[in-house]
Design a protein around this ligand. Structure first.
Ligand SMILES: O=C(O)CCC(=O)C(=O)O
Ligand SMILES: [Fe+2]
Length: 313
């Protein structure tokens, strides 16, 4: 099934969507939220980020395109309605297999079952891990959250790349457990002409050196309010544009809690801003910890903005 992205309606069972995502490396969920919601997000961005600040200025996003970082602080509607959209979280729960899933239906898995304390000859003890953990992470958090707008007439395709590239070569292994799921919401219709994301189904199983052939590259053609999801090793990239209108996408990646967030969410969304959000949103943004990573003494592990207990101290 090359060059084609499976597209699902919002009422499809999330397990079915997750299965296709793991199999093909990418999927689309059609019109999962209303166009009005996307308009509200656009208005929030326009109200707080100047045109100058939105101008692209990098190789990935040259002048003539627009980018807005720190979306998790700029758009409360994005955070509360899209970032923690229940169907999306159910699919990501099924793929990233956290021991503490976001969606209520998912069961919890205890990774600490794998730890044994062994007696030593000198009277001391030693921690020994054994067995295969069912979970890939304790929970997942936001990698980066940005608006990506392809300008009318963008001349070049962005290079095809893999999301795990930012961690390569430090963690790369083809058979590694999945640790990133990316989402891109269509803030305008995504068309072949205006730069719908290029995604290469199956490429998450390819060796690094294999290059994509033209007929292997699919396009995330979708209506405003739809979302495309892809995995850490799936080749993808923004496309050139032959259209007269811009293509606006809202990108959010979800990463295992044990890798560092790509965009520094504690700078972007400081505590006083995060306090305005729901607990679920705070958790995804990063105000949550596992028993071993990210703790702050005197704070609650599931909601680090509140007093409580986290970590080993
Ligand atoms: O805008 C898109 O369609 C994809 C962008 C992307 O993958 C990136 O900037 O890393
Ligand atoms: Fe990317």
């Amino acid at each position: 099934m090359t060059g084609y992205l499976s597209t699902f309606s919002p009422d499809t069972d999330s397990a079915e969507i997750a299965e296709a995502l793991v199999r093909d490396g990418g999927v689309i969920i059609n019109e999962l939220v209303t166009a009005e919601m996307l308009d509200a997000i656009h208005d929030e961005i326009e109200a707080s980020v100047s045109a100058e600040e939105q101008e692209g200025s990098s190789d990935l996003w040259p002048e003539g395109n627009k980018t807005v970082g720190g979306l998790a602080a700029v758009s409360p509607t994005f955070v509360e309605k899209l970032l923690i959209q229940p169907k999306v979280l159910e699919v990501i729960d099924a793929v990233l297999k956290p021991s503490r899933p976001m969606s209520v239906e998912a069961g919890q898995v205890d990774v600490l079952d794998l730890v044994a304390v062994k007696e030593l000859e000198d009277g001391g003890t030693q921690i020994v891990y054994s067995g295969e953990p069912q979970a890939h992470c304790h929970h997942y958090t936001l990698g980066a959250c940005v608006m990506l707008e392809i300008g009318a007439g963008r001349e070049e395709h962005q290079f095809l790349h893999r999301e795990n590239a930012i961690y390569q070569p430090f963690v790369e292994r083809l058979d590694m457990r999945e640790f990133i799921v990316s989402t891109m919401w269509a803030g305008t219709d995504f068309t072949e002409e205006n730069g719908a994301t290029r995604v290469v189904p199956g490429s998450h199983h390819w060796p690094e050196e294999r290059l994509a052939k033209p007929d292997e590259i699919a396009r995330a053609v979708m209506k405003k309010g739809s979302v495309v999801l892809w995995l850490s090793r799936t080749l993808h990239g923004a496309a050139k544009s032959t259209a007269n209108e811009n293509r606006t996408g809202y990108f959010a990646s979800y990463i295992a809690d044990w890798v560092r967030q790509e965009e520094n969410q504690y700078i972007v969304v400081p505590q006083e801003v995060a306090r305005n959000y729901s607990t679920a949103a705070r958790q995804v943004i990063g105000y949550r910890c596992s028993p071993t990573i990210g703790w702050a003494k005197g704070r609650d592990g599931d909601n680090l903005l509140e007093a409580g207990h986290s970590g080993q101290l």
